[in-house]
Design a protein. Sequence first.
Length: 202
Amino acid sequence: MDFAFGNGVLVAVMSNGKAYTTVDGELWIERDTGLSIGRTIEFGNGRFVISGGGITSVSSDNGATWTTRSPSHTTLAFMNGVFYAISAVNLTTGGVNFHHSTDGLAWTFVSVAGAGSTIMSSAVVNGNLIAYTGMSLGPRGFRFNGLGNPWVETGNMGITVASAVPASVAVSNGRIVAVSTTNLSGNRYVSTVSVDNGATWS
């Protein structure tokens, strides 16, 4: 489940792709997004955009109706007037495959040859987009501050557990908090915090 707020409306997206809208937190209206999987939702430029299962769905009327599009991605972020649908990173070059759009309908693909490690989560802090992936030595982060600029690897984010699998990354009061599960059953967690836009972690 994920939430986004905009234009006085709160929209919740469920893992089954359904969306619910409310203006008061009490009365919720179910909406058909056209998705069978729901991952993340963002609001920007007057629109709500949901990512889910390699497809996005966008609404320009406060969540009442939705239109699907099909950029390939695993996570979604909105930064400086642009939506980013992010899919995978090349751990050798540090390049990232992603789509970008200003309206959620027309998307431009930026491709990096050989990108293979899936981006699991992302967040925006202080004008930086932090993308979060996993590999054999544990989770790794990549920082990006806009089109035309390179992605910068931020290392293993302070998590050195070899079995760690990226779960989520979130932002609060200028701090980035990254959480990973440390076994396949997902019932053990390790977290790390950055206060300098993902440059260092503790």
